[in-house]
Ligand binder design. Structure first.
Ligand SMILES: *Cc1c(COP(=O)(O)O)cnc(C)c1O
Length: 401
């Protein structure tokens, strides 16, 4: 069978509009397509491939577990899941772990747990969930409704209720909504899809204080910011604020689908036997790969290397901007970097992405006017330099068009 991009339009549900390029293999931060064109990868499968493509430690873990046992379901537990859970607990504030298969599923578990915690401790009236405009928490109906873009949750009929949205980095807007009937406040410790918006110190600490005042759970959605992305194992560790529930996915499996929800013993006890579950959650293959990713990322060399790479990205992007005057802001934490287009180029992030592909560079957007870079945490400095040289050519092509 001759596999072409046209087949997508023939046989796939039309909810995506993938690139014309079909990649067939990758190594480190390089990817090759069907025609053997080579790309430098600054997209990382949307902040998933934290160790690049086919990292030897992950390939080895997958091969090794693949010879042992693939799947059991939660009727039985398994060694890779127990090892990974133990490591996550030892490295974070959490005492308990629930495994899922994606970010949305980890968030779904967090929201359901928060509702039960509030119902059993305080009663039915404590059901309000507050999140933030431009926030993103996944595409199940509960999580997409909690997410802060109505465009994503409209058009599917009646929505889950008691969900309200405040404005990120605006504590007063949260204060106006929160009360003793608030069950949880869910937020990203740096907004990813919403445009790479880091929280101010005052805001993030203020959210924690308001949650404490009103006995509401603080849920950190670290699906994008977790597993070394910001240079800390989890972003909360760099913010001086500890959540009650944390969700993690994307980079957790380094490219193998897995998600997890982390919390304390006292909160976790409300998900009693039979209250929630997943057939695949904690699958041995996923947990074996995630354990290898965790062991590789959670080292001083990899975590401190993120800051060095962030600095190189930001310096080089500033140089490109000095030459071509396209950005109004270059921002982000660690290797989640955003370049916001200035007035002249507002709304054209996708054009920059397409122009980059033509130069052999994979990037991302975060909204219509922000170009997002989320490369491997171990991308060689030479690949950053070479990738940004390609990016500059893409920028020049648009500026001179
Ligand atoms: C990607 C993302 C999700 C959704 O994860 P899926 O694995 O696509 O379900 C949720 N929250 C944040 C912050 C994300 O970036």
């Amino acid at each position: 069978m001759n596999i072409t991009r046209d087949i997508f339009d023939d046989v796939m549900v039309p909810n995506y509009a993938p690139s014309a390029v079909i990649p067939v293999r990758g190594k480190g931060s390089r990817v090759w397509d069907q025609k053997d064109n080579e790309y430098i990868d600054f997209a990382g499968g949307i902040a998933v491939n934290c160790l690049g493509h086919c990292h030897p430690a992950l390939v080895e873990a997958l091969n090794e577990q693949g010879q042992k046992i693939w799947h059991l379901s939660n009727v039985m537990t398994n060694e890779p899941a127990l090892r990974l859970a133990k490591k996550l607990v030892d490295a974070t504030f959490a005492d308990k772990v629930y495994f899922a298969n994606s970010g949305a599923e980890a968030n779904e578990a967090a929201l359901k747990l928060a509702r039960r915690w509030a119902l059993e401790n305080f009663g039915e009236q404590k059901s309000q969930i507050i999140s933030f405009k431009q926030g993103f928490h996944g595409r199940t109906f509960f999580t997409v409704t909690v997410g802060g873009q109505a465009a994503y949750s409209d058009g599917f009929g009646p929505k889950p209720g008691a969900i309200e949205h405040a404005i990120y980095n605006d504590l007063a807007s949260l204060e106006a909504l929160i009360s003793d009937n608030t069950c949880a406040v869910m937020l990203e410790p740096i907004q990813g899809e919403g445009g790479i918006i880091a929280p101010t110190d005052e805001f993030i600490k203020g959210v924690r204080a308001l949650c404490d005042k009103h006995n509401a759970l603080m849920i950190f959605d670290e699906v994008q910011s977790g597993v070394g992305r910001t240079g800390h194992l989890y972003a909360y560790m760099g913010l001086g604020v500890t959540p009650d529930i944390l969700t993690t996915a994307k980079a957790l499996g380094g490219g193998f689908p897995i998600g997890a929800m982390l919390t304390t013993t006292d909160i976790a006890k409300h998900l009693k036997v039979g209250t929630h579950g997943s057939t695949y959650g904690g699958n041995p293959l996923a947990c074996a790969v995630a354990e290898a990713a965790f062991d590789t990322v959670n080292t001083p060399e990899v975590l401190s290397g993120v800051a060095q790479r962030e600095a190189l990205f930001k310096t080089k992007l500033a140089e490109i901007n000095a030459k071509h005057n396209v950005f109004s802001d270059i921002r982000g934490l660690g290797l989640l970097v955003g370049a916001e287009l200035n007035e002249t180029y507002t709304g054209r992030a996708k054009d920059f992405l397409n122009a980059s592909m033509e130069q052999g560079l994979m990037t991302l957007v975060a909204g219509a006017s922000v170009i997002r870079f989320a490369p491997s945490l171990v991308i060689p400095l030479a690949d950053i330099e070479a990738g940004l040289e390609r990016f500059e050519k893409a920028v020049a092509a648009i500026v001179n068009a």
